[in-house]
Design a binder for this molecule. Sequence first.
Ligand SMILES: C[S@@+](CC[C@H](N)C(=O)[O-])C[C@H]1O[C@@H](n2cnc3c(N)ncnc32)[C@H](O)[C@@H]1O
Length: 335
Amino acid sequence: MPRVKQDKELIGENIFEYNEQEKRFGTPKIIAEYRAKKLKCNTILEVGCGTGFQTAAFAKTCKKVIGIDIDKEKIKKAKKNMQKLGITNAEFITGDILDENIQAKIPKTDIIFLDPERPPQEKKRNINNIKPNINKFLKWAQTKTKKICIEIPPHLQDLPNKAMKEYISINHKINRAHLLFGTKEGARAVMLPENKTIEGKQKKREIKKINWAEMKYISELDPAIVYAKLEWKVLPKTRIYNKNKAYCLSKHYLRTPFATNYRILKILETENKVQKYARTLQTERIIQHNMQTKLKHEKGTGQIHIFHLQNKYIIALTCKQAQQKTKHSNSFSNA
Ligand SMILES: C[S@@+](CC[C@H](N)C(=O)[O-])C[C@H]1O[C@@H](n2cnc3c(N)ncnc32)[C@H](O)[C@@H]1O
């Protein structure tokens, strides 16, 4: 059987009924199970349950789950899907959660969870394009319970302060985020499958000037900690942010699960843009080739990484191998 990537695998995906769109927005199994443990209670209301990928996980940890969706075809599939898994503690309602007649049908619940709809083609997420409208939903939900969890696109800015913002990565790629109301405020980074978490107050990025000559390690930060703006809790301020990625430069190996360490072998500078590309592409290849050859001779299988940051090419070794290599490391000079 082919290995399914953890960020794509869905509960019941071999037996469930769903279409491509529903699969795309379906909650990955590892997230659904993490959330279901976190939101364990007697009765949970799941708004925007779709075809039931998250419902199936809630049904395991909660005594009862009530799924609601505006789309009657999805509810039909969700009912069938629960039957296929032998789940008997899930009930479903078809309708718009913002419709007062539907709201009147909803019994008492301990927790309300919302996974809203995002326009499939949208490039930059906008809170106003999410359905149902989050502010209207929250106003209603807060009349039912204090404990509310709303999934949000991780890139979304200007989020309410009175919530815990949780950012979840799977294998060092950002996957989901949600807001938790009715609990302490702040931010939390969660790394799956390791299940490592860190939490605190969000702080603005602080960056210190890098003294390149002193730097021995380059560490790639897990995106959950970067999205959560919690780097300040564990990592040095000698950082570089590049698109959605963040790196720390340090004299020391960083002992935190939120950073993947590489030992710096060499730092190459480039002069101008045109030359840079022509020359370094060639240099990269030669260096990579030479190093790999040398490493083979030293019984190493060192994986070389080339980071192109701030007009510098940082050539580094994955750290496990780099640590083993320190005895032989004279063949490579640090910049
Ligand atoms: C991202 S999908 C949910 C996917 C689901 N959590 C899963 O894992 O399969 C969002 C769902 O919200 C539903 N929805 C959108 N607006 C709604 C509304 N006003 N009331 C109820 N459901 C709504 C959509 O029909 C859609 O199925």
